[in-house]
Unconditional design. Sequence first.
Length: 534
Amino acid sequence: MKLKSPLFSLCPGRRRDRLLHEIATQINGELNLDKLLLLIVQRVQAILGFSYCAILLKEGRELVIRAVTEYPDEIIGRKIPLGQGISGRCALSRKEMLVADLSLCDHYIHLGDSVFRSELDIPIVFHDSLLGVLNIQSRRRNAFSQRDIEFLRMMSCQIGVALHNSLTLTQMQLLQDIGLKLVSIAKPDALFPLIVADARQRLHYDSCAILEVRHRHLEFKASSGEFPKELIGLKIPLGQGITGRCALEQRVINIGDVRQDPGYIASGISDVRSEIACPVIANGELLGVLTVESCSENAFGEDDVRLLNILSLQVAVGMRNARMYAEIENLAVTDPLTGLYNQRYFYQRLGAEIARSQRYGHPLSLVMIDLDDFKKVNDSCGHLFGDRVLREAARATRANIRRYDETMVLKGGEIDIVSRYGGEEFIIIQPDTNLEGALVCAERLRRIVAEQVGPNSGLPHCSGGPERLTASIGVAAYRSGEDIEALIKRTDMAMYRAKKSGKNRVVADSDAGKPAAAAGAPARNEEKESSRRI
C-alpha cells in the first residue's frame, strides 16, 4: 500500500493550498539557482513521499539534470536530448507524461542502479517559455493519483516563477559583475577572458568568444569552453563565416544548424550545431563580435538574443576602455615627435633585458646613434625642418633594425627596442645579440642614414644646410654582472670615439685604443651578418 504523508488526509483542498503557499514562499525566497533547485526536489519528495524527484533544466536542445534526490551526485549534469526518453518527450511536447508501468515503456531512459516502476513528468513553463521538467519516479507501479498530478501541476507553475526569478537574477548578477570588472580591469588580455568565462559558466553556453575588429578582419581576442587555444589571434575577414557576416552587416545572426550554413567556418569544437553572433558597437562604430556556440540544434531563442545584445554593450565599453588604456599607456612610453619609445621606457626594458641576460646567459648589446652636425640643420634650416629630419631618421632606424633574411633571434626572443635617448640620439636594445651581430646592424644603419635620411628629408635643397646627414654610432655588448649605467657608459664612450675620429663611422667598445673604422668602411665583414643572432 502506498504510504502518504498526512498532507492530504484532512481537508485535502485547503491543506493542499496551504502547502502550495508555504512552498511558494520558501522557493521564491531563495534566489540562488543551485540552492533553489535542491530545495524544490527535497520539498516535493518530503511532501509526496515518492522515491525520486529531479529537476531538469532546458539548455539549448537538451535537458540537463540539475538537482536530484536519492541518486548519486554523479548524475548531476547528465543530458537528455529533447524528444528522447519520457522527460525529453515531455519537454518537446510540453505535455505531462504519466507512465504507470515503466517495464512496458520502450523509450524509458534508465539512469543509476535503482529500479523504478512508474514515472510522472510535468513541464515547467513560464510565459510560454519552457524552462525545464519536474520528474518524479516511484518504485511502485501505478504510484500516482489524480490528486498527485493536480498538486504537482500547480507546483510546476510555482517552480516556473521561482526559476524565472532566479535565472533573471543570475543574468543581472552576471552583467553587474562584468560591469565591476570593466571598472577595475583595463587591459583586454585580462578582461576579455573573464567575460567569456563568466558568460559560459553562468548562462550554460557550450562556448563563448570575443573577436575584435582590426582593419578589414576580425581577430580572436578571448574564448572559453571547448575553443582550442590556438584560435587566439586567428583572423577572419569581414563578410566570411557567421562572425564575419555579423560584423559586415552589423546585425545579430542566429544559425540553428551550422551544418546547413555554407559559409560556416569550423571553430575546432566537435559537434557544433548552432551559433549566435552579436555585433559589438559603440557610438555607431563597430568594435567587434560576441559569439556563442552550442552542440544542440536551434539552441538560441529570443531571450538569448536580448541578453547577448545587453552583454555586447558591456563588451563595447570594455573595448573602448581597452583602447583608451592602450593609448594612454602608449603615450606614457612614447616620444611624441618621433614615435619611438622614450627614455623612461628604455630604462625599464634595459633593466628587464639585463636581468634576463644575466639569468639565462643570453647575449645582449646596445647601439647608440648620434646624428652628426645636427645643430647645423636646425640653425640653417629651422627647427621645423630639423623635426622632419628626426622623424625620418627615426622611421629609417625602426624600419631597418632587422633584415628578415638574416638569422633570427632564438624562438621566443624579442625584437630590438628603439628609443629616442636625447635630442638627436637614438639607442637600440638588441636582446639575444652578440657584439658582432650588433656591429653588422650598426653599419647597416650608418649607411642608411647617410644614403637615405638626408635626401628623403630634403636636405640638399635646404639653403645653407649640410649636403647630407651622417651618423656616428657606438656599440657595446653586455658583460656579466655590470649594471645599466656601466653598459650605457661604455656604449656612449664608443659613440664619442666615433665622433672624435671623424664622424660617420661605427666604433665598438672593444675597439678602445685602436684606430676607428674609416668612414664608409664596414665595422665587420658583411659575410658575418648571419652571426648577428646566436
